[in-house]
Each structure stands twice: as C-alpha cells, then as structure tokens.
Design a protein around this ligand. Structure first.
Ligand SMILES: *[C@@H]1O[C@H](CO)[C@@H](O)[C@H](O)[C@H]1NC(C)=O
Ligand SMILES: *[C@@H]1O[C@H](CO)[C@@H](O)[C@H](O)[C@H]1NC(C)=O
Length: 370
C-alpha cells in the first residue's frame, strides 16, 4: 500500500492546532478502508467485503484481478507496475482503483467502462496528457479524482457530478475555462497548485456554483488574488505565487475563511481593512514577502491564532499591532507569531506589544529559526 500517504489530502496543515478538522476526505489508509466499508454498508453489501459473483468451481479466481495488480476488498492496487495504459479486466465492483506511479499516457473512452461503483481513482504520477471527454461518463459514484503529477494541459471535461475532491496539482494547466466545473454541486476541495496558471487564465465565472471549502492554487503564476472564488471557502492557499499587494476588495467576499496562505509572494502592501472581512480567520501566513509593516487589523481578529510574518522587510512594530487596546482581551488565542528575519531592531519592540499573548513561547523573535 505504498503511496497511500499521497492520498492524505486537503486538510494538510498544522496537526497540532485545536481546530483541525477531520473531514471525511481526510483520507489515510485505515480511514480509507474503513470508509470503503461504510460505503458498502450503506449500499447494503455488508461490511465483510465483496463475495465473489463468479460460481465457485474450485479454481482460484485468476481472472478477477488484472495481471500484476492486487485486488482485495474492492480495492485494486496497480501502482508501480510500469503500465502504459489502464489495465483491462478491472473487477466491476471496484471502489478504489490505484494506478499511481505508472507510465500511462492517455485515458481512453472505455478505460473505466462498467466501473459504476468506483469511489476513488488515483492516477497520480503518470504521463497522462489526454483524457477522452467521455472517459468519466460511467463513474456515477466517483468522489475523489487524484490526477496530480501528469502532463495535462487542460482540466478534464465532463468530470463526474458526484465528484467531491479533485487533486490535479503539478500538471501543465494554464487555463480554467468557464464551463469546466459546471454542475459539480458536491465538490468540496480542489488542489491545483504547481500549474503555470496566471490570473488571466482563470475565465470570469470559472468557479461559479462551486461550494468549495478548500482551494489551493499555490506555486502558480498569480500576480493577485483571483477574483470570484467561491464565498464558501474556509481555506485558501495561494503561497509561492507573485502576488504584489492585497487590496480591500480582494478578500471581501470570503467571510468564512479561517486559514489563509499567502507566504512566498512579493506582497509589499496589505490595504487597511483587507483582513476585516474575514472575522473567522485563525491562521494567516504572510512569511517570505516584502511587507514593511505588520498588516492592520490583527487586533480585531478575535480567533486569530497563528500569524507568520517572518522573512519580510518589517522595520518597526507598533505596540498595538497585535493586541487590542485594553487588557484581558484575546488571551490564550495567539499560539504562534513569527517575526524573525526582519530588519526590525527587536530590542526596541515594547514588551507590551504582546500583552494579549499568554504564552511567550508562542512568539518567535530575533533571528533564530524554528
Ligand atoms: C491604516 O491604519 C493604520 C492604523 O490603524 C493607520 O495608522 C494608517 O494611517 C492607515 N493607513 C491608511 C492608508 O489608511
Ligand atoms: C525594505 O524597506 C526599505 C525601506 O524601509 C527599502 O529601502 C528597501 O528597498 C526594502 N527592501 C526590499 C527588499 O523591499
């Protein structure tokens, strides 16, 4: 079951934090199998896994599993086999098909024919550049499609309406056309970092109708926060781009965000009031930018726990940059403020600056690294 760690998906950061959510898509091997069994239970097949539909003739069921693969409990494992195409004879009742780390170049029209129970399809780390636009038509139950680390230039057309999670990072996608996510009402999570996507490549309305909770477009070529992302987002990760400024209207519609990743950009300015539209913000990553000062509005964010500001160009820190005026407010919330690797004379920062932080160890100051 090598490679299952790759399946651990959308909820990936900060295990130690108390608000860590373990959604059903948080998918380790054990959970995955447990989940599969639940699914089976729900569909009336019982928790013990499949019983063969082939009459028992006293022969080992050779033809039930593609050559080289392992088939067990409706999970078909065909990773690391050097396959150049999707194997034939995949059992029809398969719920998880793992084809990662092969050399598959293309998904053809009938590759998944009859796999109407398929729930998770993992084709990470292949050489796929073409997906037939009817290839997914039969996958009425597909919830997870992991097709990262391939050579795709386009998001596949006609994604199954049942899809909940799409991982398509590290491909060669430059464009998100308007229709490509149409009708994906259950979609919760998209990870599409590591694609050469510019702001202009995202067609207006591309995300319309999606109710995403998680979106990651890191390691792309964005020069600003993309417009009109779903306002349902709880997590937005845009680190390792070329964003230069955050303007008030950039974040105004995302009132549900609690984790915002903007590290490793070129941000010099965060307009006053930009953060005020995200009252639920708990974690703000702004490290490795070019900020000259602490962004305004932090004291008003009641749930803010983590602020990364290290490796910026911050030259001074004001006594009210982090904490509200008055004592006794916002105690015990901050559990990580990082400020190291800034040109601020640390000895000049007044101790009262951190009066609302109960644990001094939460503050990473000076030039020591964590
Ligand atoms: C932003 O807010 C800070 C403190 O709240 C204030 O000193 C500064 O003048 C404001 N800047 C602008 C451009 O409004
Ligand atoms: C850092 O800020 C100073 C002014 O405070 C400016 O002269 C310098 O160019 C900035 N450095 C970077 C890398 O932005």
């Amino acid at each position: 079951m090598k490679g299952f760690l790759l399946l651990c998906s959308c909820v990936i950061l900060s295990h130690a934090l108390p608000f860590e959510q373990r959604g059903f898509w948080d998918f380790s091997m054990d959970d995955g199998l447990a989940m599969m069994r639940d699914e089976e239970g729900a569909s009336g097949l019982g928790p013990e896994g499949p019983t063969s539909t082939v009459p028992d003739l006293g022969m080992p069921p050779m033809d039930l599993c593609p050559f080289g693969c392992q088939c067990h409990l409706r999970v078909v494992q065909c990773s690391d086999l050097g396959l150049t195409s999707v194997p034939k004879n995949i059992p029809k009742d398969t719920t998880l098909l793992d084809l990662q780390n092969n050399k598959i170049t293309e998904i053809k029209k009938d590759d998944f024919k009859g796999l109407s129970s398929l729930y998770a399809l993992v084709i990470v780390n292949n050489k796929i550049s073409k997906v037939n636009e009817k290839a997914f038509d039969v996958l009425h139950k597909l919830q997870k499609l992991y097709i990262s680390k391939n050579n795709l230039e386009q998001i596949p057309r006609n994604l199954p309406k049942s899809l909940v999670e799409l991982r398509i990072h590290d491909n060669n996608i430059k464009k998100i056309p308007k229709e490509v996510f149409n009708g994906l009402k259950n979609m919760n999570c998209i990870e599409m970092g590591g694609n050469p996507l510019e702001n202009g490549g995202i067609e207006p309305g591309a995300f319309d109708g999606l109710k995403l909770n998680y979106l990651r477009i890191s390691e792309a070529k964005l020069t600003g926060v993309p417009k009109d992302l779903p306002n349902t987002l709880n997590e937005l990760h845009l680190d390792h781009n070329k964003i230069q400024a955050i303007e008030t209207e950039d974040l105004i519609q995302y009132s549900k965000i609690y984790r915002l990743g903007l590290g490793y950009n070129n941000i010099r300015v965060i307009e006053n009031g930009s953060l005020a539209s995200m009252p639920a913000l708990r974690e703000l990553h702004l490290d490795n930018n070019k900020l000259a000062k602490v962004p305004g509005g932090l004291p008003d964010l009641k749930f803010l726990q983590v602020v990364y500001l290290h490796s910026n160009n911050i030259t001074q820190i004001g006594v009210n940059d982090f904490c509200p005026i008055g004592f006794g407010v916002k105690r015990a919330y901050y559990n990580g403020i990082s400020l190291f690797n800034n040109p601020v004379p640390y000895w000049e920062v007044q101790p009262a600056t951190f009066r609302c932080v109960s644990d001094r160890l939460a503050i990473q100051f000076g030039n020591y690294k964590k």
